[in-house]
Ligand binder design. Structure first.
Ligand code: THU
Length: 149
């Protein structure tokens, strides 16, 4: 799967977002080293605090199904009334959750800008602009499992 295809998977996941409070819909597609893709959306809650981000939904789905060897994640997010999805940087909690399972120098985070004028099936590579980071860039000097051993 190439970068653009992974972003499209994140776009599809975003369609499932449950966001009655913020209306900010986020989708994530997490690729494992063995080539599986776990999709996640944000799931909000009337109590606000229990809200789960799209990235963590995807990560927890993967871990709960026995897979914690992650290669990269694509994230797309934005309000439904926006003409284009701008880059949606993962929140600090999601960065920390990723840190638990990945080598921060190798794990890639793809953030995309996507023109929303088209339906997902008609989106082409030219409609997607990807910014790529590794986790070390987004979470410098992160606290990880090796700090406890
Ligand atoms: N959100 C995510 O799902 N992922 C992010 O990377 C940033 C924020 C969600 C949480 C909440 O449902 C909404 O976006 C507004 O904060």
């Amino acid at each position: 799967m190439d970068d653009y295809e992974l972003v499209i998977e994140a776009m599809k996941a975003r369609e499932m977002a449950y966001t009655p409070y913020s209306r900010h819909k986020v989708g994530a597609a997490l690729e494992t080293k063995d080539g599986k893709v776990y999709m996640g959306c944000n799931i909000e809650n009337a109590g606000y605090t229990p809200t789960n981000c799209a990235e963590r939904t995807a990560i927890f789905k993967a871990v709960s199904e026995g897979n914690k060897e992650f290669k990269r994640i694509a994230v797309v997010g934005g309000m439904d009334n926006m003409a284009a999805l701008d880059v949606c940087p993962p929140c600090g909690v999601c960065r920390q959750v990723l840190r638990e399972f990945v080598n921060p120098d190798h794990f890639e985070i793809l953030l995309a800008k996507v023109d929303k004028a088209k339906d997902i099936p008609s989106i082409r590579k030219e409609d997607i602009e990807i910014k790529k980071y590794n986790l070390s860039q987004l979470l410098p000097l992160g606290f990880g499992p090796e700090n406890l051993f």
